[in-house]
Design a protein around this ligand. Sequence first.
Ligand code: NAP
Length: 441
Amino acid sequence: MATEQKPVGVAVLGYGNVGSEVVRIIENSAADLAARIGAPLVLRGVGVRRVNANRGVPIGLLTDDIDGLVSRDDVDIVVELMGPVEPARKAILTAIEHGKSVVTANKALLASSTGDLARAAERAHVDLYFEAAVAGAIPVIRPLTQSLAGDTVQRVAGIVNGTTNYILSEMETTGADYASALADASVLGYAEADPSADVDGYDAASKAAILASIAFHTTVTADDVYREGITAITPDDFVSARALNCTIKLLAICERITDADGTEMVSARVYPALVPATHPLATVGGAFNAVVVEAEASGRVMFYGQGAGGTPTASAVAGDIVMAARNRVQGGRGPRESKYAQLPIAPIGKVSTRYYVSMDVADKPGVLAAVAAEFAKREVSIAEVRQEGVVDDGGQRVGARIVVVTHRATDAALSETVRALEDLDAVASVASVLRLEGTNP
Ligand code: NAP
């Protein structure tokens, strides 16, 4: 009988959005969890900063002595839900040194680690699980590390930040500019007081680093991820996107690429991109997340759902707790991280994709030919070009805009072309450059 087994002791660090929901699940689903694990799960303590704050947890369970809690003999699993990088790293390393398995949702910490946490877990023969660190409730870490372990992953592309997806969806559906869509997201609680981690792409870059590491068996940190945010996206970009039957999404892309000399590399990057309306990621609206994995044998596999929020994130954390607890009861460990490939990281210049370039130009003959010549000089082949008049508020034609969509080219060639366009007398300004993802060459 499950209840006759020695209990599995759990310490939860953090009683905020996620921690409080994890504690609720442990308490409300005690009987079911015990049956699934084969032993009862017992909450030994909850680590917080302010022990005296009013909480729905018995005061006797609360402590601010994190070191003391994670090294208790009756704790088997430490669940770190404090954030940010410190004091979480120290607490996790102390827990591992004391032989505890660890579950964490701390993407910033994981994406800054060059493997010290995994190595410590390896030495101590304990589990280190982090399903909740990427895309909240959506299972992506376990499918990549276990279900697809026999396949060769080529590409992982996803919408992994709900705040920016909400803002871009708002801009698309209402025609709002970036600032008002951000203000809306703040009122609804989707954006933090300081939105930089989301809108500048840092949060998505942390998740890209974690996904690239496990998909390609290579150490990838957030610093290795090329990053652009969404703050420069304008309503005009959405007008152009619609004309191309596309939308705009902030994508995290992790890709295995092969250099001209045959060297395999890993590219991890985050940027807003045009996505064709027919692509599965185009329909992911509001604060939802989705991740598409492309592997050699499986083909395309997609995961979709709630990527943040206390309760959905707690679901993924609780799943990890059950896995770690089962391993304790059965006397083993789960699959561990594998970094055997250690592929080099590709600089953004080597990455090849399609582009959309829009520029304001002089309204006179020969401009289009001059623009096209700059693309041709750098072997950036043009797939589509559109020239339209720009009118002022009174309907007077005051200039022209040229929009170019390219075939596949390297980022280096495209960047050079854009610099050359900016130097052309006939080009007043390059208004926007966006990648076009999710299409064939
Ligand atoms: P939160 O609401 O800010 O809660 C943080 C909790 O940690 C609070 O209870 C706080 O104690 C405690 N804490 C912070 N610093 C501490 C310290 N130095 N010592 C002891 N306790 C400390 O955070 P959250 O939103 O639940 O996020 C927790 C973690 O989950 C973060 O790593 C986050 O990135 C990750 N995550 C969150 C979400 C989400 O939707 N919220 C989704 C995925 C991943 P007090 O209550 O006493 O201040």
